[in-house]
Ligand binder design. Sequence first.
Ligand code: LMR
Length: 336
Amino acid sequence: MNTFSSKKAPIRVAVTGAAGNIGYALLFRIASGAMFGPNQPVALNLIEIPPGMKALEGVAMELDDCAFPLVTEIVQTDDLSVGFKDVDWALLVGSVPRRQGMERADLLSVNGKVFVGQGKAINDFAKPNVRVLVVGNPCNTNALIAMTSATNIPNEQFFAMTRLDENRAKTQIAQKAGVPVREVSELCVWGNHSPTMYPDFENAKIGRGKATDVILDQAWFRDTFVPTVGQRGKAVIEARGSSSAASAANAVVDTVRDLSTPTRGDIHSVCVISRGEYGTPAGIITSLPIRVDGAGKWRVVEGVKLSEYAKQKIAASNAELLEERSVAFGQLGLSV
Ligand code: LMR
């Protein structure tokens, strides 16, 4: 255990699957200040399942060996009542990962039960204003399961991650246009974090102009860009032999940082509870364009113009989420 004294109270962050590949890439970024800034102390609650506890010991040793000045405490546990105790953020990274040949829906039955237990423990032990980001797939439905199981925590405090898809989409467009990736903005990924997701290229910008005024090849957007972004996770699995890890961890840092700070420039893609915005079915956790206001409250960006093509793509992805919900809730005996 490390100790560190600072006038600023630490932000306590729980990470499940802390000894896994994403956990290993994530913890050192949180500890270094990349998530909450260089002046914000952090306490880390590292959660693993019992077979992962030995490896977790090694991860904690390495965190100690970095002597990160911002880290006030490192808790290692396989007990959710300890792991989620008084946390400000719960990053639910651990889940059975997708292997070659599996779609995310295959993971529903395997992972659903885990998220019921985690949702209940967060409800019982975390701070009432805890924010929960689900990364373990199928992340939208897992987030919905955790949210439904955490009956006292407001639904608005649950998120799932499509920032990795947004980052992937921006890079695809930047490379096609031959511009630095920082030039690409306003690119929202809508729907489910699955191959049906819709990266909205029609509203994306390169510099101050429309991306579609720079890349004139409409067929490339529809026939190459959209499927490439949707299948990128699978392509990484095929190339690496295992699921994306460092890029996923990076997207967790981006998501939490951008949900914790008022949005100044770009909008961002985050899966949140839908209240029916843009015709999405209310009550699912789906990816929408988000801004955070000065009081730290997130809102869905209003007034995005969607073409008929975009509306159809988004509706198909949300229909998949309704189907996932019906299968998972049926298996788990949960009601909507
Ligand atoms: C990804 O998008 O890389 C991850 O969600 C892994 C996966 O199953 O696609």
